[in-house]
Design a protein around this ligand. Structure first.
Ligand code: DHB
Ligand code: FE
Length: 285
């Protein structure tokens, strides 16, 4: 039986990865953001799981826009870092966990979630930037194998927040019944408020983001009750990425405890947020 020991929600802005890759994290522009990550990184470094599950969206880099599954799962042994037009990031490829993928696929399907299967997948900034935020210096390999779960947040109609939260609850059940690992970390990625194009390009909404950061801890059902149009109106057309935080949150138990959160505006065009939850049943005093 596997235990989900933590949940990490974080933005995935590409230039956060570029700032790390180019040694700019101590520049005036970036330092406040990275200072905000420090307590979470320290806690995570002392709590490495056997395997991780990362909920993210591809941005037409690993898969093209002709076929956009609502929910998907990677089942590969390895995932290459995608070339998004400026070369592959100088970070390790991702080692997969095919046995966990197959277990989740079957159990989620039996629980009413029919995920599209990716036997091959290049992972873009939506995946690698959260890994870098977790583990700034991975060396030759990320801390553990990772299973990708994909959510369509880029093409209308995106799944509802309620469906994402229910997927997370099913994911928590499916993970708990896996025999092949002791400890599991779950990452929910994207957001916070941002809009990259159109009349509201550059839009951010700290009032909504602060409400969301509070409710993801205390009242996730309130966030699950918002419509996709609520997210787009209040958080911007790309701010709807925040529904992926709810997949992570749904997989946490009733006793999960927030370890750290941080919020910084702007990181590129985005309000960058992070929230880390300790989900261990026996938590140290
Ligand atoms: C930015 C944010 C994103 O979520 C993304 O996928 C691409 C770019 C940005 O703010 O630059
Ligand atoms: Fe994005």
């Amino acid at each position: 039986m596997a235990e989900v020991i933590w949940g990490l929600a974080t933005s995935h802005v590409p230039s956060i990865g570029a700032a790390m890759d180019r040694g700019k994290t101590q520049d005036d522009y970036w330092k406040p953001l990275f200072d905000g990550y420090a307590p979470a990184r320290e806690w995570l470094a002392g709590n490495a799981p056997d395997v991780a599950i990362l909920i993210y969206n591809d941005h037409a880099n690993g898969i093209d826009l002709d076929i956009v599954p609502t929910f998907g799962i990677g089942t590969a042994e390895r995932y290459r870092v995608a070339d998004e037009g400026f070369g592959r990031r100088p970070v390790p490829d991702v080692v997969g966990a095919p046995e966990l993928s197959q277990h989740l696929l079957q159990n989620l399907m039996d629980d009413g979630f029919d995920l599209t299967v990716f036997q091959e997948l290049d992972v873009d900034h939506g995946f690698t930037v959260p890994l870098s935020i977790w583990t700034p210096d991975p060396g030759d390999a990320w801390p553990c194998p990772v299973v990708p779960i994909l959510v369509n947040v880029i093409q209308y109609p995106q799944p509802t927040a309620a469906r994402c939260y229910a997927l997370g609850q099913a994911l928590g059940r499916a993970t708990a019944s896996f025999d092949g690992a002791g400890t599991v970390g779950i990452l929910g990625t994207g957001g916070m408020s941002h809009q990259l194009a159109g009349a509201r390009a550059g839009f951010v909404n700290p009032t909504f983001d602060h409400m969301f950061l509070d409710a993801i801890e205390h009242d996730p059902a309130k966030l699950a009750a918002l419509t996709r149009e609520d997210y787009i109106r209040k958080a911007g057309s790309e701010g709807i990425e925040m529904i992926m935080w709810l997949v992570m949150r749904g997989a946490m138990n009733d006793r999960s405890r927030k370890v750290h959160s941080t919020y910084h505006v702007p990181a590129s065009n985005t309000a960058a947020g992070l929230a880390l939850f300790d989900n261990r049943t026996a938590q140290p005093a």
